[in-house]
Ligand binder design. Structure first.
Ligand SMILES: *Cc1c(COP(=O)(O)O)cnc(C)c1O
Length: 391
């Protein structure tokens, strides 16, 4: 079994051998409804025929060449993402942590180019930016950080969705060069800030010449009903990081930049062996085309509203349910107590979900789910939540 794997995961006792859309099957033929999508990765669900064909075709041509050469698929992906996001250019790597690592390096270099000796980035409580030392230091989760000290300096932490706190940092710390924030916090428990929060941050960043850096590793790629969550507002970021849903399961991360931020890096400043290879970029291009052509942003919005309405109906007034909330298909049910055991109970009922921040049931279904599957998520989970809360 796992005797030769490092003991870093408390894994659930199931292995999936096949998938199709929002369904997964284990080796015994049992079927599960996937309401987690590999943690917001498999937006197109599993084994999407068009994506399978694109990956197979590209694999038969060229998988990897090195960034020492021109990579046309990478250029095309950079152009397409620029078009969809309004950003100017992109750097590709292999994960969300690396995308944020790129953003942190970019912000530090930007600071040094402006004569700031100890460039500092404002980060948030309950944030999640990754597990490398820099991104772990930026992350607002003490449990994840514990044991890995010394953490990296150069971060100033404030509560999420508290603009006044950021303003206080602005008044007291002349070394700030950027703000790094998730427009919707994912690991922090589907935390949706007040509508004006991003606008306020944007205005402050403009006043102070700070970079507004949005981590959309989880909220991007159509998940909240727009290509990127910031597009629910009229705010544009200077830096935008993407990963999870970008190539539907192939490892890719992207750090996009705009305006001044787009010309901070020059040759030799940053690099990667694997990042932006032909195979992953082709998969990402096909993923973007499918999201567009199958109307999956609209679907994410409609199915998200349907699921939230369903849970509000079935769980409203149930003691112990604090809130049902969502933005597109980033969905959370906050309870008043730790509820990790619900993950295993849901699995036994044939439903894949997740619990984050101990008390928040999180669902990130594939964008392709249909009405019947949306209703099934509610029908399977609601009785489990009720049962759990009445114990
Ligand atoms: C998952 C996540 C990351 C880290 O991505 P990895 O690919 O696991 O390194 C960073 N930021 C956010 C918002 C995430 O949800």
């Amino acid at each position: 079994m796992s005797g030769h794997l490092m003991n870093t995961y408390k894994r659930l006792p199931v292995a999936f051998v096949r998938g199709e859309g929002a369904w997964l099957w284990d080796a015994s033929g049992r079927r599960y409804l996937d309401a987690l999508a590999g943690i917001a990765v498999n937006g197109l669900g599993h084994a999407h025929p068009r994506l399978v064909a694109a990956i197979a075709d590209q694999a038969s041509k060229v998988v990897h060449v090195s960034n020492l050469y021109e990579v046309p698929e990478q250029e095309r992906l950079g152009a397409r993402l620029a078009q969809l996001s309004g950003m100017d250019n992109a750097f590709f790597n292999c994960s969300g942590a690396e995308a944020n690592e790129s953003a942190i390096k970019l912000a530090r270099l930007y600071g040094h180019q402006r004569g700031v000796e100890v460039p500092t980035i404002v980060v948030m409580d309950r944030s999640w930016h990754g597990r490398t030392i820099a991104t772990l230091s930026a992350t607002g989760n003490r449990k994840a950080q514990a044991g890995f000290e010394p953490l990296l300096g150069g971060f100033a932490r404030v509560p999420f969705d508290d603009f006044d706190a950021v303003q206080r940092v602005a008044e007291n710390n002349a070394s700030v060069v950027a703000v790094l924030v998730e427009p919707v916090q994912g690991e922090g428990g589907i935390q949706i800030p007040e509508r004006r929060y991003l606008r306020q941050l944007r205005d402050l960043c403009d006043q102070r010449q700070w970079l507004l850096m949005l981590d959309e590793v989880q909220s991007g790629m159509g998940r909240t009903g727009t290509w990127f969550a910031f597009q629910h507002t009229d705010v544009m970021p200077d830096v935008l990081t993407l990963a999870k849903g970008l190539a539907n399961g192939l490892p890719i991360g992207a750090c996009l930049a705009r305006g001044t931020a787009a010309s901070v890096f020059g040759p030799g400043h940053h690099g990667t062996t694997f990042g932006g290879g032909p195979l992953v970029c082709r998969a990402a291009l096909e993923t973007l085309a499918i999201i567009e052509e199958e109307g999956l942003r609209e679907r994410a919005r409609a199915m998200g509203e349907r699921i939230v309405a369903g849970f509000r109906q079935t769980l409203s007034g149930v003691p112990g349910v604090v809130e049902v909330r969502g933005s597109g298909l980033m969905l959370g049910i906050e309870l008043d107590r730790p509820c990790n055991e619900l993950v295993r109970e849901a699995l036994e009922a044939g439903l894949l979900i997740n619990v984050t921040y101990d008390t928040i049931i999180r669902m990130l279904p594939p964008l392709v789910i249909d009405e019947a599957q949306a209703d099934q998520i509610v029908a399977l989970l609601s009785p489990l939540v009720r049962g759990f809360l009445s114990r």
